[in-house]
Design a protein around this ligand. Sequence first.
Ligand code: CMX
Length: 441
Amino acid sequence: MEEIKDRFKVKAEELGAEIKEILKTHGKKKIGEVTLSQIYQGMRGITGLVTETSLLDANEGIRFRGYSIPELQKDLPKAKGGSEPLPEGLFYLMLVGDMPTEADVNMLTANWQRRSHVPNYVFDTIEALPVSAHPMTQFVVGIMALQTGSQFAKKYAEGMNKKDYWSATFDDTMDLIARLPRIAAYIYRRKYKNGDHIQPNGLLDWAGNFAHMMGYNDESFKELMRLYMTIHADHEGGNVSAHTTHLVGSALSDPFLSLAAGMNGLAGPLHGLANQEVIKWIFEMRKELDVELPTKKQVETYVKKTLGEGKVVPGYGHAVLRKTDPRFSAQMEFGKKHMPNDPLVKTVWRIYETVPDILSSLGKVKNPWPNVDAHSGALLVHYGMVEYEFYTVLFGVSRALGVLASLCWDRALGFALERPKSVTTELVKSWLDGKEEIWEG
Ligand code: CMX
């Protein structure tokens, strides 16, 4: 068996035994209560999922297996001559739970290269769509076309023992991650570069090769891709893309079906599509004001106009976070290092100086600070990637690392079909009138 697969198996067996013991002794322990507001308002704050790969702290931001983003930037292996973490390393950390060595990361790069062949019918399926189709639509269709090669689906149909679910999930996960950059780059070149495709370079790392296939060979763009693919990978289990992948996977839908579902969720403007909305909004602001770098006063007026039109300020706010997203800060650091005088990047920083006070003054926004999506577009535009409709696909390729590592854990730990209870308002009213007892599970 592959080394990483063996290591994952050992870790999963250990944790599986531990969880069994925890549930035997403490299975009935209450860990919270649920209010009516929570069930009507997006289940905010209800602890209802277990996700091993990362944990979000409202004030500190995301930690992957206990490591913050600055710690990952310091400790994860880098490409030769580079200073940003290799996403292969983050995947290893999320899956196995240990900080990888350089040899572990090289092993993963080689493994994904071996698995990276995308059959021609996948490209043909994408080609059947009009070129005007949104890149996320093309991306999901590409993933669905790949599904025909699912090991999990094939083995399940042949009568797979449930003890082997994790193994087939692992194989599909590795195949998917290996192939996603090729599909994403194909969509980019198809839509924006007249179908002038670029063959993979087998000597490059996963993110470096992705940059190369999209047509960006600047070393600092490759570094940006390594950082981008690392920081967007996971944000614990309750966000729409992670939760959807987990939910659909709980029906034993294979990893291709599950990831495609998660990616459809990522394509929503309140989630991953916000990265395209941010840059679109900034471009519109600059056009309307007819300036390259608006003043703070101009930004303030434009933000108030956006709010007055009943719209949200894209890239600001978060369902869980209550401080500046460290993923925003990591990108800001990258900007300071590689492009401190870029007017668009400086506009993002000026917006950062302006928006939090305005959102706070509304009195209802729980988090006035920027999230991950507030910064990414400006860095991409700096290198010439101006096609903002594509940005969510970049997010999706990265997010696959986290949600698929989690799916491996779901199957290895034998997690159950997800099936929460729902109620009607009629029933809620009869609870409130005391006509019926509130059910407590
Ligand atoms: N601009 C204007 N109003 C905002 C706002 C923003 N950036 N963020 C929150 N609000 C408003 C909400 O719309 C809500 O208003 P109503 O009560 O009138 O409906 C109110 O403030 C309270 O919302 P909240 O509890 O603070 O935020 P939610 O948990 O409901 O929503 C989020 C979180 C991210 C959807 C929201 O902040 C938002 O719409 N932000 C802009 C879109 C965005 O950047 N999304 C990307 C998130 C990161 C990601 O998943 O990729």
